[in-house]
Design a protein around this ligand. Structure first.
Ligand SMILES: Nc1ncnc2c1ncn2[C@@H]1O[C@H](COP(=O)(O)OP(=O)(O)OP(=O)(O)O)[C@@H](O)[C@H]1O
Ligand SMILES: [Mg+2]
Length: 224
């Protein structure tokens, strides 16, 4: 298993009131498995990804990532995990504006100590961004940024890729293309994927999709 979540509970506070966001939530993601995550705005999808990435402290329950139990991991272990086992595509891409596309793609691989120039070139070819390699993020379109963010996340060969609405700014046609490519790439690297999306069409490309509502995950059957 790449990821095991057991009886996760998470409360948030808006100053005075506590609200239960995640309630006894469990999930298992196998190696190379592609999981879709849907749910209303504010239902807790990004929070769940942040918890999996060790970016927010676990209040109650267990998350085990690549064999490491996050609640008991030191800051150093968490940072090693994030560098070496995890790829993250954030809702806002988070590309480094002072680095060229090429250096953005190499960045996470270098951080993981796994820089492989031929893999970076191959990813750029597969994602059709070779002509953009010397440009800077500010000069790219939304769809181009999306593809660069995917290349950057995969260049470090993570065991698990978390993607928060990676096609949120694309039209249906483009997002279908990007997601099909993303699935092909993660399958060929045996990387597991947890992908947040509001699109049933995108979710249909995943092996399984869950709906997050009232703090719990329910499996939803394929629509396409
Ligand atoms: N650190 C925090 N402290 C308090 N409330 C928070 C915190 N982080 C998120 N929230 C609240 O938790 C709820 C869930 O937020 P989250 O970002 O996880 O939702 P989401 O499902 O990703 O929504 P969207 O689809 O709009 O991205 C929201 O009501 C948000 O305001
Ligand atoms: Mg979100």
């Amino acid at each position: 298993m790449s990821l095991i979540i057991e009886s996760l509970n998470h409360q948030i506070s808006d100053g005075h009131n506590q609200r239960k966001l995640l309630s006894d939530l469990s999930l298992a993601v196998g190696q190379g498995e592609c999981i879709g995550l849907m749910g209303d705005s504010g239902s807790g999808k990004t929070t769940l990804l942040n918890l999996i990435a060790g970016l927010e402290p676990i209040q109650q329950g267990q998350i085990t990532l690549a064999g490491v139990e996050l609640a008991h991991a030191s800051e150093q272990q968490l940072s090693e995990l994030r560098k070496k086992q995890l790829g993250i595509i954030f809702q806002q891409y988070n590309l480094l504006s002072s680095l060229s596309v090429q250096d953005n793609i190499a960045f996470s691989a270098r951080l993981a100590g796994r820089y492989d120039a031929s893999l970076c070139r191959e990813l750029a070819r597969q994602l059709d961004i070779q002509s953009l390699l010397t440009q800077y993020p500010l000069t790219l379109s939304g769809g181009e940024l999306q593809r660069v963010a995917i290349a950057r996340a995969l260049s470090a060969q993570p065991k698990l890729l978390l993607a928060d609405e990676p096609t949120g700014n694309l039209d249906d046609n483009n997002s279908a293309g990007v997601v099909a490519l993303l699935v092909k790439l993660v399958k060929s690297h045996d990387t597991a994927l947890v992908l947040v999306t509001h699109s049933h069409h995108v979710a249909g490309k995943m092996d399984k999709t869950y709906q997050l509502a009232d703090g719990q995950l329910t499996i939803i059957s394929k629509v396409v």
